[in-house]
Write a protein that binds this ligand. Structure first.
Ligand code: C2O
Ligand code: CU
Length: 454
């Protein structure tokens, strides 16, 4: 009982502690079930699924048992800058044998992920990533909550991860696309067994370096309830296809409404000529209930600051480069280079005319703390780019000059070739933040910049 006049003691937020060992591991990703040497957090790919509750503190001790230095980035989580895991920008690389303690509060519920941010075109490709689920204070009613981590691998005929990271062709085209696709680390994932009437929350993550997924659920009508962890008005995906660029997440509500006695394909049709069945949905005979619940209440919003569009500062951002593009020259380390000489140095992309040479760069933009910002972005290339901003979540306002239906909050927005996209956010998190394409070969190939919030 509460007595009038009594001071209320707010309980200190609970802290969830985990240890993450980054080390060589052996995986059975290969459909022929041969063991593939990889690198992993906690001995498995994906790494352990970390779960905490909104408002709690997360403490993760990274121990590096890899032959290379590494760091961990908490993709999509609004962390303090020093916890962002960007080598040379927010922390020194953690050397082999070293460790680092990440600790921060979790302001937002949703589906996030963690991954290496050092030599990530190699380290993420080798398997250094996992899911972070931040549970809502009042989680929605579902029968099961599942994560599907999608990735692809370029394996040699002997079942090894092919070397040749950052090959010139991958850097200047669509990134490193693999020849084996995995779901939760398996090249031959078991059927998703649904019981009629069941409601499942499916958390999708695209952890691939370059591959974009476009999933179609035969016989089902999944609804999107969150994008990049952030709640969105529940809706069916455009043209029945859930599209995820590298780094992006999507939470679906999948209701089991199909008929028993057959299997349904979940098909990836993003690259039309190379469609394939990712996994199948199967139904046993015994239903769980007559039908799934009718109502689908939206998730509670996260405490994101609303940008003030009338007073926002506006910046134009132009992404250029890649094969078949019109980029003739750009600045690398302060001097102008033509496209051919950039290619010879493993570079192919520029942001506002500047090719990134590493993480510790001079800022592209300096934003006043607390101010609202609109970034008017133009993709002047023939390629898709999932553009990711660290430390903030932005609203996607327009695409191709038209207002978006859901004004979705995202941390990574997939830009189509030659597309224009406007995003807006409040620059309320002080520090130096990466702003880059999440096709890791594009990032390394120069498509990266720093946004400073002062
Ligand atoms: Cu998920 Cu800078 O990255
Ligand atoms: Cu890109």
């Amino acid at each position: 009982m509460l007595l009038a006049g009594c001071a209320l003691r707010t309980p200190a937020a609970a802290t969830r502690e985990f240890q993450l060992d980054a080390a060589p591991a052996v995986l059975a990703v290969d459909p022929q079930a041969r063991a593939v040497p990889a690198w992993a957090f906690g001995g498995s790919v994906p790494g352990p699924l970390l779960r905490a509750r909104q408002g709690e503190r997360l403490r993760v001790v990274l121990r590096n048992a890899l032959p290379q230095a590494t760091t961990v980035h908490w993709h999509g989580v609004r962390v303090p800058n020093a916890m962002d895991g960007v080598p040379h920008l927010t922390q020194p690389p953690v050397p082999p044998g070293g460790d680092f303690r990440y600790e921060f509060q979790l302001p937002d519920a949703g589906t996030y992920w963690y991954h290496s941010h050092l030599q990530s075109a190699e380290q993420v490709e080798r398997g250094l990533y996992g899911v972070l689920v931040v549970e809502e204070r009042e989680p929605p009613a579902v029968d099961r909550d599942l994560a599907w981590v999608l990735d692809d691998w370029r394996l040699t005929p002997e079942g090894r991860i092919a070397e040749g990271f950052l090959a010139a062709h991958d850097v200047s085209h669509a990134g490193r696309i693999g020849n084996v696709v995995t779901l939760n680390g398996s090249g031959e994932p078991p059927d998703l067994v649904l019981r009629r009437g069941e409601r499942v929350r499916l958390r999708l993550l695209n952890a691939a370096n370059g591959r974009i997924f476009g999933l179609q659920f035969e016989g089902h009508a999944p609804r999107i309830i969150a994008l990049d962890g952030q709640p969105v008005a529940p809706h069916e995906p455009a043209r029945g296809r859930v599209v995820l660029g590298p780094g992006m997440r999507c939470d679906l509500v999948l209701d089991a409404t199909a008929a028993a006695g057959r299997r349904y394909a979940v098909r990836d049709t993003f690259y039309r000529a190379q469609s394939y069945d990712l996994v199948h949905i199967a139904y046993p005979d015994a239903p769980l209930r007559e039908r799934p619940p009718d109502a689908l209440p939206p998730l509670a919003a996260n405490p994101l600051p609303e940008p003030d569009l009338a007073r926002a500062i506006r910046h134009e951002i132009v992404f250029e480069g890649g094969m078949m593009g019109g980029m003739h020259r750009a600045l690398l380390d302060g001097s102008p280079r033509d496209f051919g000489s950039l290619l010879r140095q493993g570079k192919a992309w520029a942001v506002n005319g500047v090719v990134a040479s590493g993480h510790g760069m001079a800022p592209l933009l300096t934003l006043p703390r607390g101010g609202s910002v609109v970034l008017a972005m133009r993709n002047d290339t023939r390629w898709h780019h999932p553009i990711h901003l660290h430390g903030h979540t932005f609203r996607v306002l327009t695409r191709g000059g038209r207002a978006t239906t859901h004004r979705e909050w995202q941390d990574t927005v997939l830009m189509e070739p030659m597309e224009r996209v406007e995003i807006a956010f409040v620059a309320d998190n002080p520090g130096d933040w990466m702003f880059h394409c999440h096709i890791l070969e594009h990032q390394e190939g120069g498509m990266m910049a720093v946004v400073r919030v002062l």
